[in-house]
Design a binder for this molecule. Structure first.
Ligand SMILES: *Cc1c(COP(=O)(O)O)cnc(C)c1O
Length: 380
C-alpha cells in the first residue's frame, strides 16, 4: 500500500469551502449589513427569508426557528402532542425525529422502512394505527420524499396530523408537490451539511393553516401573547437575522446546487454499473422520476465496515447514516424492542454508505471515489 504522501488529493465527503468561494463577497456584504443595522433577533431579514422559503416550498407560511430539531419540537408542541398520544415514525432516521417526540412525552410507534427508498413503508402504517394515534411523522430521508399520497390518505381516514421531517429535503418533490407542502407542518434544517446550510444552526417550518402557523409563532417566543402574558408555555425557538441574511443569498443558488448533486448521483450510478460490481458487491439506489435533491448519495455494500475503513485510508470521505436504528438505541430501550423488529431498518444500518456528492465535485474526484471502491473489492 502506498503511503499517504503518495496518495492523490483527498476527496472530502463535503467541501463547504469550495462553495463558499463562489458566494463569499455577496454573503459577507449581507452579513455586514445586518451587523451594521444592529438588529439581530427575528425582524425584517427573518421575515424576508420566511416569505421566500414559503414560496420556494409551495407553502402558505414559513416560520424561521433555531434548528431543525427545534422545528420538530415546536411542531409537536404546537400540535399539543403529549403522553396521551401515539405518533408513528421511522426508526431509520437522524435521532432528532424521535428524540423530539420523546421530549413532548408522546408515545413513539416505529414502523419499518421500504428497502428501496429508505422511507417509511406506508403499507405497514395502518396496522399500527389505534385510538391513541394522533400523528404520522414521515422523514424524507437523504432528500427523497416519502410516499405522501398513501401517508396522507391514511392520515385523512383516521384524522391524524402529518408532520414532514423535511430536514434533508428542501426543494424535493412528490408528484410535483414540494416537501413541506403536503403535511400539516414541514420541518427543515439549515445545519451546514444540508443542501441549504446556514452559518451556524438554524431551521424553518412550513404551514398551510393560518391558525396553526399563528400559534407556532406565539410558541416560538415562549408562548406569550400579548408579550409577558402567558396562557401557554413555549420556548426560545428564534432564528437570528445574520443566519437569515446568509441563507437568503444561498437560496438563490439552491436549485443549481441540487441539480449538480442529482447529476453527480446519476454519473456515479453509471460509473458503478461500468465497474461490474453492481449486484454482487454493491447495490445502487435507483433515482425516482420525481425531483430528489440528493442530500446524500447512498450505496449498499458488502463488507461495509471494511470498505468504510478502506475509503478512509485512501482519504476518500464517507459516512455511515445511521449505524444504529432508533429502536435499538439505549435511550429507547424502554420501548422494549429487539433486533429483528424492523428488519429493513436494521439491514440498511448495516449496509449503507454515503459517498461525496457535493455540487463542486470534479470529474477526477468522482473517478477517484469509484476507483477506490473498485480497488477494495478487486483486492479482496
Ligand atoms: C439534520 C436533521 C435534523 C435536525 O436538524 P438540526 O438543524 O441539526 O437540529 C432532523 N431530522 C433529520 C432527518 C435531519 O437530517
Amino acid at each position: 500500500m502506498s503511503s499517504p504522501s503518495e496518495l492523490p488529493d483527498p476527496v472530502p465527503l463535503l467541501d463547504l469551502k469550495a462553495q463558499h468561494k463562489t458566494i463569499r463577497s455577496e454573503v459577507l456584504r449581507e452579513i455586514e449589513r445586518v451587523i451594521d443595522s444592529q438588529y439581530f433577533i427575528l425582524g425584517p431579514e427573518v421575515e424576508a427569508l420566511e416569505k421566500e422559503i414559503a414560496e420556494y416550498c409551495q407553502s402558505a407560511y414559513a416560520l424561521g426557528v433555531s434548528s431543525g430539531t427545534d422545528a420538530l419540537l415546536l411542531a409537536f408542541m404546537s400540535l399539543g402532542l403529549d403522553s396521551n398520544d401515539e405518533v408513528i415514525t421511522t426508526p431509520y432516521t437522524f435521532f432528532a425525529t424521535a428524540g423530539s417526540l420523546q421530549r413532548v412525552g408522546a408515545n413513539i410507534r416505529f414502523v419499518d422502512i421500504e428497502p428501496d427508498t429508505f422511507n417509511l413503508n406506508p403499507d405497514l402504517i395502518e396496522e399500527s394505527v389505534n385510538e391513541k394515534t394522533k400523528a404520522i411523522v414521515p422523514v424524507h430521508l437523504y432528500g427523497r420524499c416519502a410516499n405522501m399520497d398513501q401517508i396522507n390518505a391514511i392520515a385523512q381516514q383516521h384524522q391524524l396530523k402529518v408532520v414532514e421531517d423535511a430536514a434533508q429535503a428542501i426543494g424535493s418533490e412528490w408528484k410535483g408537490k414540494r416537501a413541506g407542502s403536503m403535511g400539516d407542518i414541514g420541518c427543515f434544517s439549515f445545519f451546514p451539511s444540508k443542501n441549504l446550510g446556514g452559518y451556524g444552526d438554524g431551521g424553518i417550518m412550513t404551514f398551510q393553516d393560518e391558525e396553526l402557523y399563528e400559534f407556532a409563532k406565539i410558541m416560538r417566543v415562549h408562548g406569550g401573547k400579548p408579550k409577558y402574558y402567558h396562557r401557554f408555555i413555549g420556548g426560545n425557538f428564534r432564528l437570528d437575522a445574520i443566519q437569515a441574511a446568509g441563507l437568503r443569498v444561498k437560496l438563490r443558488h439552491l436549485d443549481s446546487w441540487s441539480e449538480a448533486r442529482r447529476k453527480n448521483a446519476e454519473e456515479y450510478n453509471q460509473r458503478f454499473l461500468d465497474t461490474g460490481l453492481v449486484g454482487e458487491e454493491i447495490q445502487l439506489t435507483e433515482l425516482p422520476d420525481d425531483r430528489h435533491i440528493i442530500n446524500q448519495y447512498i450505496i449498499r455494500c458488502k463488507n461495509r465496515d471494511e470498505l468504510f475503513n478502506h475509503l478512509k485510508e485512501q482519504q476518500v470521505g464517507c459516512e455511515i447514516y445511521y449505524p444504529v436504528p432508533l429502536h435499538l438505541q439505549e435511550c429507547f430501550a424502554y420501548l422494549g424492542h429487539q433486533e429483528g423488529d424492523f428488519p429493513h431498518s436494521e439491514q440498511a444500518a448495516k449496509e449503507t454508505l454515503a459517498l461525496p456528492v457535493y455540487p463542486e465535485l470534479s470529474e477526477a474526484q468522482k473517478d477517484r471515489v469509484v476507483d477506490v471502491v473498485r480497488s477494495f473489492y478487486q483486492a479482496g
